[in-house]
Design a protein around this ligand. Structure first.
Ligand SMILES: [Zn+2]
Length: 158
């Protein structure tokens, strides 16, 4: 599997999301060697707080494949998925997730929480991280500021 090829496609989706005023996050779903779905963050444009790139790409992949179980599918995303997105990946039966940049505040595939690979849940995801990490960091400078700065930003929103 050509990890960099698929991650470049996810990063292109991230850049497209940022260009429309969304948080820069994008994803592609891969089955075998084929990209079966593309998705990008749509929270602002759809007015939907659950429209993260991973959720969007899982919905599109299920629609295109005509099945709710996405076994055999690996999702590539720019940023480590949050708890909701890891939950959606587990519920979809996806095989795994590959991400570029870790998210120290909300990442649920090992950075902040570990939901992707735990004895506490019946399903597990194969996780690969750090593919094209520097390119993703350019798209999401907020991830570089570290946990303390991001928590400060969240506090200001409340
Ligand atoms: Zn998410």
């Amino acid at each position: 599997m050509n990890y960099e090829l698929y991650m470049r496609a996810a990063l292109a989706e991230s850049a497209a999301a940022a260009a429309t005023g969304e948080r820069a996050d994008g994803a592609v779903a891969v089955l075998g060697e084929a990209m079966v779905a593309h998705g990008r963050e749509q929270v602002v444009s759809a007015g939907d707080p659950t429209a993260h790139a991973v959720v969007v790409v899982l919905r599109e992949a299920a629609r295109r494949l005509g099945r709710a179980s996405l076994s055999g599918v690996t999702v590539f995303c720019a940023v480590e998925p949050c708890a909701m997105c890891v939950g959606a990946l587990l519920q979809s039966d996806a095989d795994g997730v590959v991400y570029a940049a870790a998210d120290p505040v909300e990442g649920a595939a090992g950075s902040c929480l570990q939901l992707a690979d735990t004895d506490l849940l019946p399903r597990r995801l194969h996780v690969v991280s750090g593919i094209l990490q520097a390119d993703a960091a350019d798209l999401r400078p907020d991830l570089r500021n570290g946990r303390a700065a991001m928590k400060r930003d969240f506090a200001r929103l409340r």
